[in-house]
Design a protein. Structure first.
Length: 100
């Protein structure tokens, strides 16, 4: 066991053309339940977070499976709107524009 884990911009894994119900690593137990995930909330620009929809699907899958401490249905927090949240209870997003 480990104390916790953080997934930055991930997991981005997806199983293309797989039969419905195909399992992969995010469906397995982790070394800890205390997991957080962080991503930029804008997927409309290729230099920001174009794989965000896939990450949200994966986060939802992880919450549904019970491998993490996140509740289901998943409640993703925007760090710019809310300052009191437990990063191990929900994935977090930031919509702050990156600096030039």
């Amino acid at each position: 066991k480990i104390a916790g884990a953080s997934m930055i911009s991930g997991p981005q894994d997806e199983c293309l053309s797989c039969p419905e119900g195909t399992k992969f690593w995010i469906d397995n137990d982790f070394k800890t339940e205390r997991v957080t995930a962080f991503a930029h909330g804008n997927f409309t620009e290729s230099y920001l977070e174009p794989s965000l929809p896939g990450m949200i699907d994966n986060w939802t899958r992880m919450a549904m499976s019970g491998t993490v401490t996140w509740s289901y249905p998943l409640d993703i927090v925007d760090t710019g709107d809310y300052t009191e949240y437990d990063v191990c209870e929900t994935p977090i997003l930031s919509y702050l524009p990156p600096s030039a």
